[in-house]
Design a protein around this ligand. Sequence first.
Ligand code: CP
Length: 300
Amino acid sequence: RQNVISVADLSTGQLELLLHTALKLKAAPRDDLLKGKLIGSCFFEPSTRTRLSFETAVQRLGGKVIGFADGANTSAKKGETLADTARIISSYTDAIIQRHPKDGAARVLAEFSDVPVINAGDGTNQHPSQTLLDLVTIYETQGTLNRLKIAMCGDLKYGRTVHSLAQALKRWGCEFAFVSPPSLAMPDYITEELDEAGCAYQVLPTLEAAVEWADILYMTRVQRERFDEQEFAKIQGRFNLDAAMLAHAKNNLRILHPLPRVDEIHPDVDATPYAYYFQQATNGVYARQAILSLILNEEV
Ligand code: CP
């Protein structure tokens, strides 16, 4: 039984297989790979893209979905444990996709589930399916993952997408630049992993410096839901990108964002050739199809 809980659990070979399977499914869509499979989609935390692209992925591959988009309407509200939830939903389904506000919740679910568990985001910890769609998008825009210059900006402390992505891209010798308020800096455990992998990283003071340097500028939202209001007011709007700031970008620069954005990318960036965040979100369907079909269909 193969779970997808953390990027750190996946070998480089597994990531490459997922990446190339996603690209193949984008080039030649399939409608049969999940025929007869029923997937549980369990979202205890808000989501637009992850939930709907997973559900699109399942349905377009011929599978079916049950689940919920609001954990407040489930028996978790009455005090049911994740362990019991796992036992029950895994007795109905062939795999479970879960988003949860608590770090580590996906691993707990997997411990008590009889079917594969896919982590669709657990607290500030991991978002591995987002990482796969990010890798697909980076490869699609740069033609390689090797030795790219990756600038990450915004909330690097609580942003699970940047944690997962850094853990993946270190395998291909990428260089990193971090732009954030000091209170939202990349956690030490990630920079220690970059050190161990021999990947250079630096902290840059401004977004303009990152724009000039980067092949990929990965913007993130300050996660308001993880702050009290006073703390949030101190850091809101500190690193916001607009089109004028792109004057010195390299031609191959592409701007990614896991979305949703609030004000960290001005809408005037959308019309520039550097904006690629909407195409990135579309790639979520193919990335998630790759995960589901590799886990559930032995012929893939
Ligand atoms: N990127 C992402 O996780 O978006 P949602 O929160 O809308 O799923």
